[in-house]
Ligand binder design. Sequence first.
Ligand code: AMP
Length: 214
Amino acid sequence: MNIILLGPPGAGKGTQAHRLVAERDMVQLSTGDMLRAARTSGTEMGKQVAAVMDRGDLVTDEIVIGLIAEQLDTNTSGNGFIFDGFPRTLAQADALGDLLDRKGQHLHAVVEMKVDDEALVSRITGRFTCSECGAVYHDVTKQPAKEGECDNCGSHDFTRRADDNEESLRTRLMAYYRDTSPLIGYYYAKGQLKRIDGLGEIDEVAARVSSALA
Ligand code: AMP
């Protein structure tokens, strides 16, 4: 089963993707994580995208389609892919369709996570993640059970994203509404869209994701 989690920054795509990985043994393909990894390891591409990402703009279709194509070629384990933060433009959506076709695979569903804009701002500005396993926490709504220790893997190392500030968030939201939101109509027309309310406790939203996939 291959699915897309679609929604604005802060909608909870990464959090729900982690749940699906743990519960269904699916493989999360987050282009944001791949790009951040390229930056950390200092590749040419990583250097090229750094400023664009910090501003909150989209990197080129060519780069992210290349990253996904490589994963589809090499990553053959697991019970299907969760596309998280990809596709973000109509060109990326077409490219994903072609890549899956060529592999004889298809998309099972596109889950749109709906969250109002006010909630996105507070979710994003308090967000931090475990540097080891990527588990997502929040200053107000989801502190680790034991202060300073990841619930999932026990690491004491946490990071905050450089683009999780109000100014970048405004640009990221603009990019979402301008370039990504047309995908809602695109997948609706293909009969693949499932819309869920992304507000609420993580478990509640996870249950909605599950029923959307049933
Ligand atoms: P994310 O972790 O999904 O919020 O992505 C962080 C940043 O990486 C975005 O603000 C973009 O600059 C870049 N990025 C991630 N995925 C894509 C994509 N599919 N297309 C273009 N840019 C992307």
